[in-house]
Design a protein around this ligand. Structure first.
Ligand code: ACO
Length: 384
């Protein structure tokens, strides 16, 4: 690391390459995202989530036979361990936020037999984590609402079963497709904070469950995965396209950030925003509220213009969270489930990075630059 770098870059590790990966290419300058060789625009719109996870774990798309077997493994792993189910009931009693319930539940997934670091054991754990994330979120959401969890439908695929477990209704093909496009879009994104967290944990030869639990902790902050809720709140707060300019201007005058805009890596439009904008357009043509879609597009245009005015040269563009909010709202997911849904997608990438990091068998251990004093001497308590 170059010591002459500005402190903000140094403390944020901007631009530092800390891993090699075959999982995703993030080209922030040109607005390109490639997932395991496929442009996100191509993969996200066409693949099922199961195909995408298989791709990340195996570096190729599955054949029909392999995909069927992979789906069977995921369906077979959906049932929650008793400890997890009990924990969710207790957490719901205390109204813990959904993402915290998911983090606590993830940590129980090594029960009853304890974590396993052997390659096979780790893959079984990864299957369980991917399979159970939507089950945990759906069950917990219902418990929070005073309802009993719904038993999943083994004939439904991963995304459709999640929507079914939330409502008890089989979702339309349109909604399922929108959710799959979303999950694929966010499945992996280079060395983002949560993925880095997972890789650091695995690099100590810790286990998959610990790595994924830590990753959820990193994801939940508003500077990472916690922004779509606030982005939608902002659109709702504005309420009318005619109010967009005065509302956003006032926010920027107060020095506040506009949620859903700006990105550490993308200095052009986030390609994921485009994929999700397409998914939102398709969804809102059907049964979702077209008025909200029109409002959001006006808010976006106005925000981009004002960000350019207030923060010239910073290249603050729409990020993935803005259209995430619109897509997830369009499939009637409540705001409280937005960040947990991000985790339902990203766990596919986290687990893949864990496999990749484990193969390297190298501890991640950067250095710090000490900037404090060195000449202090201990003073007894009585003399202070
Ligand atoms: N609204 C207003 N101003 C902004 C915004 C924003 N959304 N984002 C950055 N800026 C400003 C900063 O205030 C700063 O201004 P200054 O140079 O006058 O001090 C300048 O742009 C550069 O900002 P940084 O903080 O250096 O940018 P950084 O790369 O650290 O931040 C981040 C990236 C955290 C995503 C930021 O853009 C932000 O807070 N956005 C809003 C939250 C959000 O949408 N998060 C989701 C990100 S996407 C994801 O994680 C999947």
């Amino acid at each position: 690391m170059d010591d002459k770098k500005a402190p903000s870059q140094m403390v944020g590790l901007d631009g530092v390459i800390a891993a090699q990966t075959r999982l995703s290419l993030v080209d922030g300058k040109n607005g390109i995202l490639v997932i395991a060789g496929f442009p996100v625009e191509d993969l996200a719109r066409n693949a099922t989530f199961e195909e995408t996870v298989f791709l990340l774990w195996n570096d190729r798309l599955p054949t029909a036979v392999e995909l069927a077997a992979f789906k069977r493994r995921l369906v077979g792993a959906r049932a929650l361990p008793e400890a997890t189910a009990t924990l969710l009931r207790k957490a719901a009693g205390q109204k813990a936020p959904v993402i915290d319930a998911l983090r606590m539940a993830a940590a129980t997934m090594s029960l009853p037999s304890g974590p396993s670091v052997a390659p096979d054991g780790a893959e079984e754990e990864a299957i369980a984590l991917v399979a159970r994330f939507p089950v945990v979120v759906a069950a917990y959401w219902r418990l929070l609402d005073g309802k009993e969890p719904i038993v999943g439908d083994p004939t439904l695929d991963h995304a459709a079963n999640f929507l079914y477990m939330l409502t008890g209704r089989k979702p339309s093909g349109e909604r399922t497709r929108a959710l799959e496009t979303y999950l694929n879009t966010v499945v992996d994104h280079g060395l983002n904070a949560s993925t880095f967290t997972a890789r650091v944990i695995i690099s100590t030869q810790s286990d998959m469950v610990s790595a994924i639990t830590g990753a959820i902790g990193a994801l939940k902050g508003p500077l990472h995965g916690g922004a779509p809720g606030p982005a939608l709140d902002m659109v709702f707060d504005i309420g009318d396209p005619a109010r967009a300019e005065s509302y956003l201007r006032a926010k920027l005058e107060r020095g506040e950030r506009l949620m859903g805009f700006g990105h550490r890596v993308y200095k052009v439009r986030d390609p994921r925003a485009d994929v999700l904008a397409g998914a939102a357009k398709a969804l809102y043509k059907g049964d979702a509220d077209k008025r909200l879609y029109d409002l959001a597009t006006t808010v976006e245009k106005t925000a981009l213009r004002l960000l350019d005015e207030y923060k010239p040269g910073r290249n603050l563009k729409t990020n993935v969270e803005f259209y995430t909010a619109l897509v997830l709202h369009g499939i009637e997911l409540p705001v409280e489930l937005f960040t947990p849904c991000f985790a339902i997608g990203r766990v596919g990438g986290w687990t893949a990075h864990c496999f990749e990091q484990a193969k390297l068998a190298r501890l991640i251990r950067p250095q710090s630059q000490y900037v404090g004093p060195t000449d202090r001497r201990y003073v007894p308590l009585s003399a202070r």
